[in-house]
Design a protein around this ligand. Structure first.
Ligand code: GN1
Ligand code: MG
Length: 366
């Protein structure tokens, strides 16, 4: 259980804010604790970083401050507004990026971006296109950032063969005694083991570049302008680290182009929707197309398939391990999630050629 936490006067003072401010809890994220405060100077967000998920908050803060600084310069150069189009960290009075309170907890402070909202699910294909555009422009602006200078926040985060190895371990140990219950899903996963290293192999052969990736490219990590409906800014930079573009793209598709929630148990409702795929791809490619190599573009559909497969095997392994990683609401929750993801994988495999055609259509003549 996570401890309740509050913003103490000591924390406010550390960031040079009036000590008597009333902080309001902001709900939505599953990992950190988030609060907002209003001051005569403006509104700010205060966050306590979850030390269980992120054992090295210093590394997160180094990544976030280096990347936002870099983005700030890019945004200025293209005539944009860096206070709205990227996160702005407020330093402590001692010029540090975070403050450690007396319990050893890490706090950070950012400027609140007003007039824009993080939507849990896209309210239509136009909003999904905007999300694509936001992540595409994030990718493009960071295309000349030296990715290998960033800390790897969660090692092997998107390394599909390594995730498969973990699934095999879970099967062998069968800790929760649930292996029999998951036989069809295990068979589904085993049939695809030989292809699961496709992207990681291209990386090790030097055919795909290591990029600065976001690693949590869901709709709710894009702020959408309340008035214009345009994407404003990509948020939640905690998992920014070196990775493959195809996986960032694929993670957006996994959730954004599905017709049902990832734990929908009525599989007749779970489909991969090619028109939603096209909406996201169109926005993404218009913003990032020229920054990506031919091989990167050609592997985007594979990114969608492998990322969905990867999350499916993570759910399956967690089910076998007795639900130790993902929060669950009932005993077969992780198994239901794995089935749901595998249904999407199957449909994506069937539509791979159509996905390729969509990518070609939106990159023709670039
Ligand atoms: C976790 O909680 P959320 O949605 O930010 C997980 C992702 C999975 C996702 C599946 C750090 O992300 O990798 O795709 O659940 N994040 C981490 O719902 O493991
Ligand atoms: Mg997140």
């Amino acid at each position: 259980m996570k401890q309740q936490c509050t913003v103490t006067p000591q924390i406010l003072t550390a960031f040079g804010l009036p000590a008597d401010l009333q902080a309001k809890a902001v709900h939505g994220g599953h990992i950190n604790d988030t609060f907002s405060v209003e001051t005569p100077e403006g509104q700010f967000i205060l966050q306590r970083i979850n030390r269980f998920v992120f054992p090295s908050p210093e590394h997160i803060m180094e990544n976030v401050s280096a990347v936002t600084e870099f983005l700030r310069n890019k945004i200025k150069a293209r005539g944009g507004d860096p206070m709205r189009e990227t996160l702005t960290l407020r330093k402590t009075t001692e010029n540090a990026g975070f403050f450690r309170d007396e319990d050893g907890e890490y706090w950070r402070c950012t400027v609140l971006i007003t007039g824009a909202t993080a939507h849990e699910t896209p309210a239509g294909s136009k909003m999904l296109r905007e999300a694509g555009s936001a992540f595409g422009s994030f990718q493009s602006m960071l295309s000349d950032y030296p990715a290998d200078t960033l800390h790897e926040i969660i090692p092997h985060f998107h390394d599909t063969p390594d995730r498969f190895r973990q699934l095999r371990e879970a099967m062998e140990q069968n800790t929760a005694g649930r292996k029999q219950e998951a036989e069809p899903e295990i068979a589904f996963a085993l049939q695809r083991e030989k292809n699961c290293g496709f992207l990681m192999e291209l990386l090790s052969q030097g055919k795909l570049p290591l990029r600065v990736t976001h690693n949590d490219t869901k709709m709710s990590n894009v702020l959408i302008d309340d008035t214009t409906g345009k994407a404003v800014c990509v948020i939640d930079l905690d998992t920014v680290m070196p990775g493959l573009t195809a996986f960032d793209f694929g993670d957006s598709i996994r959730a954004g182009a599905a017709t049902a929630a990832e734990d929908e148990t009525d599989l007749s409702k779970v489909h991969f929707d090619l028109s939603l795929f096209e909406a996201y791809a169109e926005g993404f490619l218009a913003a990032a197309g020229t920054a990506l190599s031919e091989t990167e573009l050609a592997t985007l559909p594979m990114g969608a398939i492998l990322m969905t497969f990867e999350v499916g095997i993570r759910f399956l392994a967690d089910f076998l391990n007795g639900d130790v990683y993902f929060r669950t609401a009932y005993p077969a929750h992780n198994l239901d999630r794995a089935r749901n993801q595998f249904k999407l994988v199957e449909e994506m495999e069937q539509k791979q050629e159509e996905m390729n055609a969509v990518i070609q259509k939106h990159t023709a003549g670039r």
